[in-house]
Design a protein around this ligand. Structure first.
Ligand SMILES: Nc1ncnc2c1ncn2[C@@H]1O[C@H](COP(=O)(O)OP(=O)(O)OP(=O)(O)O)[C@@H](O)[C@H]1O
Ligand SMILES: [Mg+2]
Length: 505
């Protein structure tokens, strides 16, 4: 890393209605530097990066970017094309690649016309090959995007940015969807890229990786830059304080005797799209007052299990009982009536309807109730006052209860879902990756609510790739591998890790 400046954000501000998403934020980036951008959900991180990338026009401030010879030049604001040409690449958290294209075509797409690109494919293939060799980011150029894992798709997104000569790369929560192993590989690759002079800004809620892989940390709080620190001077506690202005409380998990079974699977089989992603004749019991954590690398049958318990899949054989009653028809409303509350994995797509208001999303699973609907008309007054109460109780912050739910930050969407689920007092809670992408405060809040539900007598099926979370919350840990469940009988991180990799303890 050198001290040569490559980017400076100068007093950038952005408002959305009454929300000040960024308030005169100034940040500098140097050549070869890895800068971690931290802050609570809704602190304004994505907004800031969207201004850098030209997606949003700032209300005030300016941006300077170094050109190829190192001279700082003002960037034309609000134009993604200008940002691209200035050497800025961005990898969004939700990937944007078309499923049916090959890797090479995806990388080229957008830079050349269809015809021109037929001629240039050979040169392009060679250029991408050189980039792969230098950075270690390898992926088969003729593979179809639809066949790649999430980690591979992300590699394609990064390769695409590098192919377009990015000198500054922005990664918005790049590891939120990766396994721990994929995340480590990503950071090794980033290390190789920065040796080439690339500068990186990455957004993350995972302090462990921030401490291990960044050079410097900038922290946003309520839209303002509240601190910058060299990573070598930081530890988890220092950063947490900068982010929230106080220590994050953790809820202790008190010992509790399990009650009656709320979920029972009896030699239940659910077919996924491959043997690995199916559930094979599994037995599982979860009791009242009990949190059972399912640990495992994604793609080992977790989604079949989650779909089954949500009522989105029907077992091919075997049984499922909720609070002792066998379920015969599998649909989400049937499961919900039986007492299952669902915190879905993909909160943006399965958790909310983005184009409906926050208030409406809070009653979406109760549309037939009389306080919500009468004679086919939505009861707006009662829906709104209900929303006001819930948003206060669950601290859902954002542009207000009448705004579209899609405008909430990730953490606030999750709080909305929690409010909706917990309000119905379910006997069984399916919590699928409940803290993915959440800041420490929001994650602690999810943990507190799950423990509260357990104390009240609910059973919780916690599916998580975050082993630390499973360890912290679970009364019992079950490892899922190749569609089979194995009780861990231990709290040892390493032993569980080995089981996750398929080695029998
Ligand atoms: N297009 C928009 N319209 C209205 N409000 C918005 C819009 N985009 C963001 N906001 C609001 O601006 C604030 C900052 O949001 P932003 O997405 O930048 O947060 P973040 O730091 O990236 O959070 P997270 O960690 O949850 O991703 C939030 O209060 C959010 O609700
Ligand atoms: Mg964000």
């Amino acid at each position: 890393m050198t001290n040569t400046r490559v980017l400076s954000l100068n007093n950038l501000s952005k408002r959305f209605g009454s929300v000040v998403a960024n308030d005169a934020v100034s940040i500098e980036l140097h050549r070869g530097e890895v800068l971690a951008l931290l802050g609570e959900n809704g602190a304004g991180k994505t907004t800031l990066m969207n201004m850098l990338f030209g997606h949003y026009l700032p209300d005030g401030g300016s941006i300077d970017v170094a050109d190829e010879s190192g001279d700082m030049r003002p960037l034309t604001l609000g134009h993604p094309q200008a940002a691209l040409e200035a050497g800025i690449g961005m990898v969004h958290q939700h990937f944007t690649l078309a499923e049916n294209l090959t890797v090479l075509d995806s990388i080229l797409l957008g830079s050349e016309s269809l015809l021109a690109w037929r001629h240039k494919r050979k040169a392009a293939r060679a250029k991408v090959g050189r980039i792969m060799q230098r950075t270690g980011l390898t992926v088969g150029l003729d593979e179809q995007i639809g066949k790649l894992t999430v980690g591979e798709r992300q590699r394609v997104e990064i390769l695409k940015a590098l192919y377009h000569d990015a000198r500054i790369l922005v990664l918005d929560e790049p590891t939120a969807v990766l396994t721990p192993q994929e995340a480590d590989t990503l950071f090794e690759n980033i290390g190789a890229m920065t040796k080439d002079g690339l500068s990186v800004i990455f957004i993350s809620h995972k302090l462990r990786e921030v401490l291990a892989f960044s050079h410097r940390i900038s922290v946003l709080r309520h839209g303002k830059l509240v601190g910058e620190i060299a990573t070598s001077d930081a530890d988890e506690r220092v950063i947490a304080r900068m982010m929230v202005g106080a220590d994050t409380p953790t809820t202790p998990r008190e010992a509790m005797a399990p009650g009656a079974p709320v979920l029972a699977l009896k030699t239940t089989t659910v077919k996924g799209d491959s043997a690995r992603t199916s559930l094979h004749a599994v037995d599982l019991t979860i009791h009242a007052h009990e949190i059972v954590g399912i640990a495992g690398v994604s793609g080992n049958g977790q989604s079949a299990l989650a779909r089954l318990v949500s009522g989105l899949a029907t077992p091919d054989s075997g049984e499922l009982l909720i609070s002792g009653k066998p379920i015969h028809r599998f649909t989400p409303p049937v499961m919900q009536k039986a007492g299952v509350g669902r915190i879905p994995e993909d909160r943006h797509h399965d958790g909310i309807i983005g184009a409906m208001s926050v208030a409406e999303n809070l009653v979406i699973e109760r549309l037939r109730d009389s306080d919500v609907q009468k004679y086919g008309f939505l009861q707006q007054n009662s829906i709104r006052s209900h929303a006001q109460d819930l948003c206060k109780d669950y601290d859902v912050r954002g542009p207000g209860i009448d705004a579209d739910a899609r405008l909430l930050s990730g953490g606030n969407i999750q709080k909305l879902i929690l409010a909706r689920v917990f309000e119905c007092m379910p006997d069984l809670i399916l919590a699928n990756q409940p803290t993915r992408g959440l800041d420490m405060g929001a994650a602690a809040e999810v943990a507190r609510r799950l423990l509260e539900a357990r104390a009240r007598g609910a059973g919780v099926l916690l599916i998580s790739e975050d082993l630390d979370e499973v360890l912290a919350l679970s009364d019992r840990i079950i490892v899922i591998h190749d569609g089979q469940l194995h009780e861990a009988h231990t709290n040892d991180r390493e032993a569980i890790g080995l089981m996750m990799a398929g080695e029998q303890a």
